[in-house]
Structure formats: structure tokens, C-alpha cells
Design a protein around this ligand. Structure first.
Ligand code: HEM
Length: 416
């Protein structure tokens, strides 16, 4: 009787064939979701059960996809089957009942909303979006000069810079005090939402006035850049190569522009490699099938939650040589056919692809191009390198670390 009521042992007929860990009575595979490193845990499960597996959550099922080919099959080839978003208690709170671009289900209203947002974004891109991003990157470098080479944690600088960009795009110019207030509020909400269970989040009433979901996604850019700085710092020769490339193409008499990127292949490859190793939205956002469908020969019924494990796709040993290594070269000379770029999906793909992809890429480019042209990033003391293991709280965070930003001019003085 209990099995029948709670679905403890049995799977819906269609999903029965999908492999997955054994489900416990009542809770099914719920405990798997409490794993502290969920994307890595899913990746390990994929090694055991294959790149598509299912988890049973009470009476519901969840399907996890762990390879780029499967994710592309679902989100591109069968996009209209997988374009939904599941309901969830916290998500509904955050999005005021699903009235939100990223958390709302695939309905005619949502389609209109996305179309309007897309058109507005394109208009911004053709207008002054680059100037906004560029001026924020310049301000950032000014602040870096002010640190005078002392060890500092850059996480908040990056995060405020990204918040400044999105606020200018959304609301026009805002004063720094308001940006910082908005930033701190979003950051707090993000931390809480990602870190604790529904019950604890439930106890935080200010979630009811959570702002626009786009702002939430700001933080994923920031995490990418934090990770990038960490990796770049570990490998001095990478910084030097990017700096030389920037000096040859841009020099110091003008600032980098987004159109320079075509002539900066190594900087581009470094950004791609960071997005591969640390796709900030590691598990993307959950999808939901909006009709009965199939994937890789397995039937998947309407209403199933589908998780796209971007971490798993970007660490798939059958596609990436030494996937744990930070090697920008894999996007250059080692990839004449462009297969590595095809396998890279940090922004998702298909009908629910990230709306801010262009802005995210532009910000990563400007911040890195400005910073690495002007500064060498060094550890606080020789050999004091950051721990590269991130931790998962909804998005992947870097462990706090400090760096010294030494202007290149001072570096060459020191070398004399
Ligand atoms: C490096 C930066 C970023 C990364 C890696 C990233 C990644 C992602 C990913 C993986 C998704 C989920 C796709 C899916 O459902 O399959 C997503 C969705 C989304 N992102 Fe981003 N994002 C970034 C920056 C931004 C920015 C700056 C904005 C806004 C200005 C933004 C707005 C959105 C929106 C609105 C959605 C929901 C789209 C939908 O449901 O149709 N993102 N993003």
C-alpha cells in the first residue's frame, strides 16, 4: 500500500527502462540531491549508470543528462518537448508564482515576454551596451591601481562591476550607493537560496519581494571571472601570453574593444577554457517535458524534470583530453575542426538558452582584457596559490582567495 501511495519502489512504466540508483521507500533517491558537490556527484553516477539516468524523488522522477550530445538532442533537436520549467516551492516564491523569464513555464505569455526581452537586449547591444561594459572595466582597473599592489580579495569588486553593468542596462545610470545596496541584497538571497533547504528559505520573508531574475544571473558571470583569475594566477605563462597578445593588438594608447577579440585568439581560448571548467550555472536551470517524448531511445513522459549537467558534459572523458586540466590550447591548435567549441555549452542551448549570453561573453572579455593588459596578477606571497576546488551552492563558487595586482610597468622595473 505504502509503495503504491508514495511510489517508493516502482517507476512509472515509461521511465522503467532508464537506469539509475536503487530508490529507498518513501524518499526514493532524494538523499542524492543533498550531496555537497552535486554536479560532480552526478558525473560520478553517470560513470556508473550511463550519461542518461533517472532519480526518483518521492512520487516524482527526475532525468539527468550528462553529455553534450544528449543535452543538444533534448534542447535543440527536440526543443519544444523540453522547453518547460518545473514548478517548485522556492522557485515559485522567487518568481512570484512563475511570472519570470528564467523560472516561468513555456506558455504563450512567457514566449511573448522572452521575445520582448530579447528585442530589448538586441537594441541595447546595438546601442551603448559596450560603452557601459567598457566604462565599468575602466573603473575597475582604476580601483585596482588604488590597491597599490597589496593582497586583496577581488570577489566583491567583480560582483559590483557586473551589478553596475546590469543596473545601467536595466535602469539607466544609478548612484554607487544604490548599486551596492541592490548588489548586497541579491547576493544574500542567492547565498540563502543556494545553501539551505526549502524550510530555511521559507523562513526568510523578504524572498517575497525578490527582484528580477536577470539580476540573479549576474552572479554567474562573476563566478566565471573569479575562477578565471584563479586559473590565470596559477599559470604565469598564460598571463604573459595574454598580455603580449594584448600589447601587440591593442597597446596602451587606447582601450580594448569587443571587435578586437577576433585578433586575440589566446585570450578568447582562455575565456572558453574557464567557461568549460567552471560553467558557473553548472546544472543550468531544470527543464520540464511538456509532452511525452523520448531521448536516446528512452521514453520520457510529460511533466518529467530534466537536469542538464553542464559540469558532466564539460568533463566527459570521451570528448575532452585530460578534462581536469586548464589548457586553453584545446580551443586553438588542438581543435582545427571546431569540435571543442561544439562540445562547449556553458549557456545551455535551444529555446531556453541564456538570454544574457552576449552580455556575459562581452563582460568576461572586457574585464579580462583591461585587467591583464594593465596588471600582472600575483599570489599574496610566492607559492601561496588559491585552492581551485569550488563549492556548489546552486552555482559554483570559488573559495575566498587574495591576489596582488601589480602594474606591468612595476613588474619590468622589478625585473631590472
Ligand atoms: C557568464 C555568464 C552567464 C552564464 C554562464 C549563464 C548561464 C546560463 C544558463 C546555463 C542558463 C540556463 C539555460 C537552460 O535553461 O538550459 C541561463 C539562463 C538564463 N540566463 Fe544566463 N548566464 C550568464 C549570464 C547572464 C546574464 C548577464 C543575464 C542577464 C542579463 C542572464 C540571463 C539569463 C536568463 C533570463 C535565463 C533564462 C532563460 C530562459 O529560461 O529562457 N544570464 N544562463
Amino acid at each position: 500500500l505504502l509503495t503504491k501511495r508514495h511510489g517508493g519502489f516502482s517507476f512509472p512504466k515509461n521511465l522503467g527502462r532508464l537506469p539509475g540508483p536503487r530508490a529507498l521507500p518513501f524518499v526514493g533517491n532524494l538523499l542524492h540531491l543533498f550531496h555537497p558537490d552535486l554536479p560532480i556527484h552526478f558525473h560520478d553516477l553517470a560513470r556508473q549508470y550511463g550519461s542518461i539516468f533517472r532519480l526518483r524523488l518521492g512520487s516524482k522522477d527526475m532525468v539527468v543528462l550528462n553529455s553534450t550530445d544528449l543535452i543538444r538532442e533534448a534542447l535543440l533537436r527536440k526543443w519544444s518537448d523540453f522547453a518547460g520549467r518545473p514548478h517548485g516551492f522556492v522557485a515559485d516564491l522567487v518568481s512570484l508564482g512563475g511570472k519570470d523569464l528564467s523560472l516561468g513555464n513555456y506558455t504563450p505569455t512567457w514566449r511573448l515576454q522572452r521575445k520582448m526581452a530579447h528585442v530589448a537586449f538586441q537594441r541595447c547591444l546595438r546601442g551603448n551596451m559596450e560603452q557601459i561594459v567598457q566604462s565599468q572595466a575602466r573603473q575597475l582597473c582604476k580601483a585596482f591601481h588604488g590597491y597599490g599592489g597589496k593582497p586583496v580579495d577581488l570577489a566583491k569588486d567583480f560582483s559590483l562591476q557586473a551589478c553596475g553593468v546590469i543596473c545601467s542596462v536595466l535602469f539607466g545610470p544609478l548612484d554607487n550607493f544604490t548599486i551596492e545596496k541592490l548588489h548586497d541584497c541579491i547576493y544574500k538571497i542567492m547565498e540563502n537560496w543556494g545553501a539551505i533547504s526549502v524550510q530555511v528559505v521559507d523562513a526568510l520573508p523578504f524572498l517575497k519581494v525578490f527582484p528580477n531574475a536577470n539580476l540573479r544571473h549576474l552572479l554567474s558571470c562573476i563566478k566565471s571571472r573569479d575562477a578565471l583569475v584563479q586559473h590565470v594566477m596559477k599559470k604565469h605563462q598564460i598571463q604573459e601570453r595574454i598580455h603580449e597578445e594584448l600589447m601587440a593588438v591593442v597597446g596602451t594608447s587606447r582601450d580594448p574593444t569587443y571587435s578586437d577579440r577576433e585578433h586575440l585568439p589566446f585570450l578568447n581560448a582562455t575565456i572558453l577554457e574557464t567557461l568549460r571548467l567552471r560553467p558557473s550555472a553548472v546544472l543550468a536551470l531544470p527543464h520540464m517535458t511538456i509532452r511525452d517524448t523520448s531521448l536516446s531511445g528512452f521514453s520520457i513522459p510529460k511533466g518529467t524534470t530534466v537536469i542538464t549537467n553542464l559540469y558532466g558534459a564539460h568533463h566527459d572523458e570521451s570528448k575532452w583530453h585530460h578534462p581536469l586540466e586548464f589548457r586553453p590550447e584545446r580551443f586553438l591548435e588542438e581543435d582545427p575542426s571546431g569540435e571543442a567549441q561544439r562540445q562547449l555549452i556553458p549557456f545551455g542551448c535551444g529555446a531556453r538558452v541564456c538570454l544574457g549570453e552576449t552580455l556575459g561573453r562581452m563582460e568576461a572579455f572586457h574585464v579580462l582584457a583591461h585587467t591583464l593588459r594593465d596588471f600582472q596578477i600575483l599570489p599574496p606571497s610566492p607559492g601561496d596559490l588559491p585552492d581551485l576546488r569550488g563549492f556548489y551552492r546552486f552555482i559554483v563558487h570559488c573559495k575566498p582567495f587574495r591576489v596582488r595586482l601589480v602594474p606591468w610597468a612595476a613588474v619590468s622595473e622589478l625585473a631590472k
